[in-house]
Ligand binder design. Structure first.
Ligand SMILES: Cc1ncc(COP(=O)(O)O)c(C=O)c1O
Length: 471
């Protein structure tokens, strides 16, 4: 057993790095036995290995800043995959949480409670839909959207029994339940978990002609088209202008539900309340999650009009915790913060500023940085595989971490940069400078240190549709 721990300990030692950090404002309560190294060792030993985290332990956080148990300070450029749009531990959300927690936390939907109806009215009015179905995680929200589409397909569109099809996009990410991975093109997500849920077709994201062909060929059986308005996990892929509008038209023409997964893109992240607003379109079904709970509690919600939503009857779908009063109070506060603090406008202006800064870095390293892209504060830097070799985006993120910037790669060459929307100009500059410094100083050293034997991971074709999305 001991020998299997050694490589991890070596990795942790290397990864903990040497940067000198600002101290935590108040004394950390971390004891010597809960050092970063020990905590990471414990997690590795006792938790399933279903993630490959950047080796940094969150111990305390406020706004855009995070401290590890040793008191080192970092700036968050992931926001828990856009769940912390409002900033960590926002005081107004925490107040709502504490006040509600002292009064009532759970009724289950076996009864009514005095908070969920208030959230339901707020959400439906804010987003302009008749009704909401509350869940907890994003994947549950997606599952709800899929079930709703099938039910509507049989009841309203009169698709013959068990023949309904849902179309999703190559490169999509909709979560990790069996239903959600059944939409996926990610071999890691799908291999070893078959058989996947049937009744599914794939189409290239952004290709309206391909979608039209599928709708023409199978339209009578298709109940829904599930998509992300900007593909997050795929590497912040923004579709061509006019795509969302064209999708809206095709869905209307073929009587197919347009189902927008706004779990990552929604709640102000892209500089609009919903990313679909970039093309002024109204999907039939909108799925929200992540920042609806302000990074405090898992809260997801599916919005639709009555002719769709009422296809689901009592007992046919639900969740013990969905619509619980604690989550409802948090979600109300989370939405109020977005509105009161002008986070939509802030994401738009700061995002533009950030992309300008990153493009300046790209001009300094045109061989390494292939593209800077994004909307609002959902951005990505895509690097050139050959120029990085034998390093990867993960190695670049390790070095960013040593310089106090927390970001996570997606695929081998892409770094997603999505800070809390309360990020300051100075902090954006710090991140751009850190990236520039890593590419100038750290990357050449890493390229010498990483063994030559490391072979560049060839991008595999998707098992399901045969496409290679990243090379
Ligand atoms: C677009 C999208 N849909 C669904 C999910 C799944 O959400 P959760 O992890 O809360 O289940 C995610 C998570 O990253 C996501 O980005």
């Amino acid at each position: 057993m001991a020998s299997s721990k050694r490589p991890l300990q070596c990795l942790l030692k290397r990864a903990l790095g040497t940067r000198s950090f600002c101290a935590l404002p108040k004394k950390s309560s971390a004891s010597p036995s809960s050092s970063s190294e020990e905590l990471m060792r414990m997690e590795h030993e006792y938790s399933a290995h279903n993630y490959h985290p950047i080796p940094m332990v969150f111990s305390q956080a406020k706004g855009t800043c995070i401290w590890d148990p040793e008191g080192h300070k970092y700036i968050d450029f992931l926001s828990a995959y856009s769940a912390v749009n409002q900033g960590h531990c926002h005081p107004k959300v925490m107040k709502a949480l504490v006040e509600q927690a002292e009064r009532l936390t759970l009724s289950s939907r076996a009864f009514y409670n005095d908070k969920f109806p208030v959230l339901a009215e707020y959400l439906t009015h804010l987003f302009g839909y008749d009704m909401v179905l509350p869940m907890n995680t994003g994947a549950e929200g997606v599952e709800t959207g899929l079930k709703l589409a099938r039910k509507w397909g049989y009841e309203k569109k009169k698709i013959p029994k068990n023949e309904a099809i849902i179309v999703s996009c190559c490169g999509c990410f909709h979560g990790r339940t069996l239903g959600a991975i059944s939409m996926s093109c990610d071999n890691d997500a799908t291999r070893g978990f078959g058989p996947l849920v049937p009744g599914h077709l794939k189409v290239d994201f952004g290709d309206i002609d391909a979608l039209e062909k599928i709708f023409k060929d199978h339209g009578d059986q298709i109940c829904g088209f599930l998509f992300e308005p900007i593909q997050g996990e795929a590497g912040v892929i923004v579709p061509p202008d006019g795509y969302l509008k064209a999708v809206r038209n095709l869905c209307s023409k073929h009587n197919i539900l347009m189902i927008a997964d706004e779990i990552q893109t929604g709640i102000a992240r892209t500089g609009k309340m919903l990313a679909c607003e970039w093309e002024n379109i109204r999907p039939d079904v909108v799925i929200l999650g992540k920042a609806l709970g302000a990074g405090v509690l898992p809260v997801s919600a599916v919005l639709a009009d009555k002719d769709i939503m009422l296809c689901i009857k009592p007992g046919e779908h639900g969740s013990t915790f969905g619509g619980n009063p604690l989550a409802s109070a948090v979600a109300i506060a989370a939405l109020n913060v977005v509105k009161d603090e002008g986070l939509i406008e802030r994401a738009a202006t700061m995002g533009q500023e950030f992309r300008d800064q990153l493009r300046n870095v790209q001009m300094r390293f045109p061989e390494i940085i292939k593209e800077v892209r994004g909307r609002g504060l959902l951005n990505a830097v895509e690097m050139n595989n050959k120029a990085l070799f034998p390093a990867s985006a993960y190695d670049v993120c390790l070095k960013l971490k040593e310089r106090g910037i927390l970001a996570k790669p997606t695929h081998d060459t892409i770094i997603r940069l999505a800070p809390p929307l309360c990020i300051s100009l100075e902090e954006l500059k710090e991140a751009s400078k850190a990236l520039s410094d890593v590419l100038e100083t750290d990357l050449p050293k890493m390229q010498k240190q990483i063994p030559d034997s490391k072979v560049a991971a060839a991008s595999e074709a998707c098992d399901r549709c045969g496409r290679v999305l990243h090379d």
